[in-house]
Design a protein around this ligand. Structure first.
Ligand code: GLN
Length: 449
C-alpha cells in the first residue's frame, strides 16, 4: 500500500510505468501476508514490491516493449525471471517504461510516454531501462529488473543514482525476455543499494534449460560477498576510459576520487591500456543491429502483434504492419543491420565487427590476468536534458562508449553511485569483473555503502 500510495503521488511527474497492476498487487500481498500469518516460511524477498521492464513476459499482463507493435500483446507465459521472483514471494507492482525494444539511451524512444529523471524532471532518466531506474530512485518500487544489451541497466542506474548490475552473459535466463540482440542481452537488478542487489541476484540467477545460452554452473550466495574488505585487491583502470575524449570533468573527478578511497582502504590501483576501446561502438552497433534485424523479422502482422488495417496482399500486409508498428529508431536499426548482413557487405561489416569482438575479449582477458577487477566511469556525462539529443542518433550512440565492451565480452558490470555533479545530478562508478565473478564486484561496491 505504501508503494502504491507513492505511485499515486509521484507517477504523474516521473512516468516510470506503462502498466500498474494495483489490484493484482494487493491480492498477491494479501496472499503472502496470509502465508506469514499461518506460520509458513517466505523468502527473504517475501512481500517486497518490485517492477519489471516491459520487455519481460508476464502471464496475463501486457508486455509491450514500449512499442505500438506489441501494444496489445498479453503473453501466455512468464519469463523465467518473472517466475523466479514469484517463487521468491515478491509482489509485482507493474511494468516499466523503456526505449522501444530496448533501443536507445534515454527512454525517449518509447511509443507511450517520456520518463523523467526523479532528481530533475527536465532531465532524462537514461535508458533503455529508464523506467526501471526512475521507479527505484523515486520510491515507486523497492527494486526492479532491467535488461542490458550495451549499457541499458548501468547507464540509467548512473543517471538516477541507484545500483545496477549487468550480470555475466548466461547467468540470468533470457527465456521470456523479448529479444533485441541475443548474444548481448542480459537481465539484471536495479536496487537502492548493493545489499539488495545481492539478494535479488540470488533470486534470479541460475541455470535454465529453456535458455540455450544459460551457463550450467552452481552459483554462489552473493550475500557472502557483503564484507567490508578490499585490502590487497588489484584494480585496473583503463587509460582510455579516463583520458579519452569526451569525458565530463566532474564525472572524471568523481571516479578518480573513488579510486583514492579504494587506495586508502588498501586496494592496489593502477592504470593500464585497452587500446581497442575506440572500435567498441562501431562493433557494437553493427553486431546489435544485425541481430536485431533478424530477431525483429518475426513481427510481420500475421502471428501476433500489430496488424495494419489496410493492405492489398500478403507482402503489403508485412510492409504496412511494420511501417506503422515500429518507431524511427527501431527502423533505423533494422535497416542498418540488414545492410551489414547483406551479401557483398557481410565481410566488410559484420565479419569485421566479430573480429573486433574477439580483440575486445582478448583485451579484457589480458587485463584480468593482472587485475581482480576493472574500474571506470559508466557514461561520459550525467543525465542530459530531455530532447537535447533526440535529433542526433550518432551523438546518442557515442554515450555508450564505456558500457558496450562489457556486453561484447560477456562480462559482469556493477554500477554504484559515487557522487554528484554541480547540478546535483548523480554520477555512477562502473566496476567490471571476470566472468561469473559478480561476488568481487559486490564486495567492492559494498565498501562504499
Ligand atoms: N544505448 C544502447 C543502444 O541503444 C544500449 C541499449 C541496451 O543496452 N538495451 O543500443
Amino acid at each position: 500500500q505504501s508503494v502504491l500510495a507513492r505511485i499515486e503521488s509521484v507517477e504523474e511527474k516521473v512516468g516510470s510505468y506503462i502498466t500498474v497492476c494495483k489490484d493484482e498487487a494487493l491480492k498477491r500481498a494479501k496472499e503472502i501476508q496470509d502465508k506469514i500469518d499461518k506460520g509458513e516460511s517466505v523468502s527473504l524477498l517475501g512481500g517486497i514490491p518490485m517492477a519489471l521492464k516491459d520487455n519481460m513476459c508476464t502471464e496475463g499482463i501486457k508486455t509491450t516493449c514500449a512499442s505500438k507493435m506489441l501494444n496489445n500483446f498479453v503473453p501466455p507465459y512468464n519469463a523465467t525471471v518473472t517466475r523466479k521472483l514469484f517463487d521468491a514471494d515478491t509482489v509485482l507492482v507493474g511494468k516499466l517504461n523503456m526505449d522501444e525494444f530496448a533501443m536507445g539511451g534515454s527512454t525517449e524512444n518509447s511509443y507511450f510516454k517520456k520518463t523523467c529523471n526523479p532528481w530533475n524532471l527536465q532531465r532524462v532518466p537514461g535508458g533503455s531501462s529508464g523506467g526501471s531506474a526512475a521507479c527505484v530512485a523515486a520510491g515507486e518500487a523497492v527494486f526492479s529488473l532491467g535488461s542490458d544489451t550495451g549499457g541499458s541497466i548501468r547507464q540509467p542506474a548512473s543517471f538516477c543514482g541507484v545500483v545496477g548490475l549487468k550480470p555475466t552473459y548466461g547467468s540470468v535466463s533470457r527465456y521470456g525476455l523479448v529479444a533485441f540482440a541475443s548474444s548481448l542481452d542480459q537481465i539484471g537488478p536495479l536496487t537502492k543499494d548493493v545489499t539488495d542487489c545481492a539478494l535479488v541476484m540470488n533470486a534470479i540467477c541460475g541455470h535454465d534449460p529453456m535458455d540455450s545460452t544459460s551457463i550450467n554452473e552452481s552459483y554462489p550466495d552473493f550475500t557472502k560477498a557483503l564484507i567490508n574488505d578490499v585490502k590487497g585487491m588489484k584494480i585496473g583502470i583503463p587509460k582510455e576510459y579516463i583520458y579519452g575524449e569526451g569525458l565530463n570533468s566532474e564525472v572524471k573527478k568523481a571516479v578518480l576520487d573513488a579510486v583514492e578511497v579504494l587506495k586508502k582502504l588498501g586496494a592496489q590501483c593502477e592504470e593500464f591500456s585497452l587500446p581497442i576501446t575506440e572500435y567498441a561502438i562501431p562493433a557494437y552497433y553493427i553486431i546489435s543491429s544485425a541481430e536485431a534485424s533478424s530477431n525483429l523479422a518475426r513481427y510481420d502482422g500475421v502471428k501476433y502483434g500489430y496488424r495494419a488495417e489496410k493492405f492489398t496482399d500478403l507482402l503489403d500486409l508485412y510492409k504496412q504492419s511494420r511501417s506503422e508498428g515500429f518507431g524511427t529508431e527501431v527502423k533505423r536499426r533494422i535497416m542498418l543491420g540488414t545492410y551489414a548482413l547483406s551479401s557483398g557487405y557481410y565481410d566488410a561489416y559484420y565479419k569485421k565487427a566479430l573480429q573486433v569482438r574477439t580483440l575486445i575479449k582478448n583485451g579484457f582477458d589480458e587485463a584480468f590476468s593482472k587485475y581482480d577487477l576493472v574500474l571506470g566511469p559508466t557514461a561520459p556525462s550525467t543525465a542530459y536534458k530531455i530532447g537535447e539529443k533526440v535529433d542526433d542518433p550518432l551523438e546518442m550512440y557515442l554515450g555508450d562508449i564505456f558500457t558496450v565492451s562489457v556486453n561484447i565480452a560477456g562480462l559482469p558490470g556493477l554500477v554504484i553511485p559515487c557522487g554528484f555533479d554541480g547540478n546535483k545530478l548523480p554520477i555512477g562508478l562502473q566496476l567490471i569483473g571476470k566472468p561469473l565473478d559478480e561476488s568481487t564486484l559486490i564486495r567492492v561496491g559494498y565498501t562504499f555503502e
